[in-house]
Design a protein. Structure first.
Length: 405
C-alpha cells in the first residue's frame, strides 16, 4: 500500500482505539446501512485530523466501496497508531505526528497525486492545494470547519471554485454540537492534560464568542472558573453578557486572566501588548483551526523557551513567565485526542452522507459552496436521538394545520 507513516508496529493499538470509537459512533453505521457499494469506483482523498474518530469515517467510506487516501489536517495532531491501523487496512495514509511544515504540505500533495474524485477537508488546505494543481478530475468535495468554509466561500466569490463543495460545518447537527460541546470539552481536556492545573477559582479569558467560544466558556464555568469573554462583535458580546459572563476588551482582561483561550478564527488576537500586561504564570492556549491567533512567533523571537512538560513551553518575558500550550496550535487535538466519538459521530455522519450526495449528484451541482441538504441534517439528528435512546413527540394534524396558517 502506498503511504508514509511513523510506525507500523502500532497497528494493534490503533485497531483497539478504532473499535472503541466505532461502538460509540453507531450513527455512521446507520448512514451506511442497507447501501450496497455506492462509492465503488470512487477515490476519496481525506485531509482530516488522524484520530480514532476519523478512522471510523474513513473505514465506512472504504466499506462502501471507495478507494481512500488520507493526510493530516494538522502536522501535530496525528495519532500514529491510527495511521498505522488505517494503512494496514489498505488506506494510502500519508501522516505522522510532528511533521515539519514542508512534510505536511508534501503529504497533501501525495493525496492529490492519488487522483481523488472526491475530497474531504478540514480547514481548506487540501482544497487550496487541489486548486493550485488545477483540481483535475475532482468531481466535488466537502469541508468540515468554519475556517475552511470561509476560504472556500472566498474562492467561490472570486469565481475560482473548480468543483462543488458541501459545507458540512454549516449543518445544524454539526456546528451546534461539535463546535460548541465538542470543542468546549476537548479544549479543556487538552489544557488540563497538558498542565494538570486546578480550574475552579481561576479566571479564564475566552477570546471569541462564536459557537466554539460559547462551548469553551460554558465548560470552564461548569468547572468553577470565572470567565471573561472578549469580542469584537457587539451582538456576540451582548450574548456573552446575558449568559452571565464578564465582557471586557482584551487589553483589560489581559491583566486578570490565569488562562487565555483563543476561539476566534481570526489572526493576531493575542499580541505583544497583551503579553506585556499579563500576570506572571499566565497560560496561553489556542483552539482555533490555524496557529495565527496567538502571536507565538513574537514569544519565540523575544523570550527563551523551555519545555517544562509535554505541550507546555515556558517563556521568560519581561521579568515573568508565560506558558504557551501546543505551540499555539489546536490544543484539543495536540495535547488531547480531539472531540469525543459521540459528538464526532454527528459531524462525520454529515460528512459520510455528504460524500454519498456528491458521488450521486456531482454532475448536476453548481461549482458553489452548498449547504448540507436539510434531509441529511434532519436524518442525522434523528439517528443521534435513537443512539441516545431519546424519544420525541410528533406534531398532531391540528398542529400541522395551525403552523401552515
Ligand atoms: N476535530 C476535532 N476533534 C476531532 C476528532 N476527534 N477527530 C477528527 N477531527 C476532529
Amino acid at each position: 500500500m502506498p503511504g508514509k507513516i511513523a510506525n507500523a508496529t502500532l497497528v494493534e493499538s490503533g485497531k483497539l482505539s478504532y473499535g472503541w470509537a466505532r461502538t460509540r459512533m453507531s450513527i455512521i453505521e446507520r448512514i451506511a446501512k442497507g447501501k450496497r457499494k455506492p462509492l465503488e469506483g470512487f477515490r476519496v482523498g481525506f485531509c482530516l485530523h488522524v484520530t480514532k474518530e476519523t478512522s471510523v469515517l474513513v473505514m465506512a467510506a472504504k466499506e462502501l466501496g471507495a478507494e481512500v487516501a488520507l493526510c493530516s489536517a494538522n502536522p501535530l495532531s496525528v495519532q500514529d497508531d491510527i495511521a498505522a491501523f488505517l494503512h494496514g487496512e489498505g488506506v494510502a495514509v500519508y501522516a505522522w505526528r510532528n511533521e515539519t511544515q514542508a512534510e505536511y504540505k508534501k503529504c497533501i500533495r501525495d493525496v492529490i497525486a492519488f487522483k481523488p474524485d472526491i475530497v474531504t477537508d478540514d480547514g481548506g488546505d487540501l482544497h487550496y492545494a487541489a486548486h493550485g494543481a488545477k483540481a483535475r478530475g475532482i468531481m466535488g468535495g466537502t469541508e468540515e470547519t468554519t475556517s475552511g468554509v470561509r476560504r472556500l466561500s472566498a474562492l467561490e466569490k472570486s469565481k475560482k471554485l473548480r468543483y462543488p463543495v458541501i459545507a458540512v460545518n454549516n449543518a445544524r447537527t454539526k456546528y451546534l454540537f461539535d463546535n460548541r460541546y465538542g470543542t468546549g470539552q476537548s479544549t479543556l481536556d487538552g489544557i488540563l492534560r497538558a498542565t494538570g492545573m486546578f480550574l475552579a477559582g481561576s479566571r479564564v479569558v475566552v477570546c471569541g464568542y462564536g459557537w466554539v467560544g460559547k462551548g469553551v466558556a460554558a465548560m470552564a464555568h461548569g468547572m468553577g472558573a470565572a470567565v471573561t469573554v472578549t469580542e469584537v462583535d457587539p451582538i456576540k458580546a451582548l450574548e456573552a453578557k446575558m449568559d452571565g459572563f464578564a465582557v471586557a476588551p482584551l487589553e483589560k482582561a489581559a491583566e486578570q486572566g490565569d488562562v487565555f483561550i483563543t476561539c476566534t478564527g481570526q489572526t493576531g488576537v493575542i499580541r505583544k501588548e497583551h503579553f506585556a500586561k499579563m500576570k506572571d504564570g499566565a497560560i496561553l492556549a489556542n483552539t482555533g483551526h490555524f496557529d495565527v491567533e496567538i502571536d507565538a512567533s513574537f514569544l519565540y523571537r523575544n523570550g527563551r523557551s523551555v519545555e517544562v512538560k509535554p505541550n507546555v513551553e515556558c517563556f521568560k518575558f519581561g521579568g515573568k513567565k508565560l506558558y504557551l500550550l501546543s505551540k499555539g496550535r489546536v490544543v484539543n487535538l495536540v495535547a488531547a485526542e480531539g472531540h469525543p466519538p459521540e459528538v464526532m459521530a454527528l459531524s462525520f455522519a454529515n460528512q459520510l452522507a455528504s460524500i454519498l450526495h456528491v458521488a450521486k449528484n456531482h454532475a448536476s451541482m453548481e461549482k458553489k459552496v452548498h449547504p448540507v441538504p436539510e434531509s441529511i441534517d434532519d436524518a442525522v439528528a434523528r439517528l443521534a436521538l435513537v443512539a441516545m435512546s431519546v424519544e420525541i413527540d410528533k406534531p398532531t394534524a391540528k398542529q400541522k394545520k395551525y403552523q401552515r396558517g
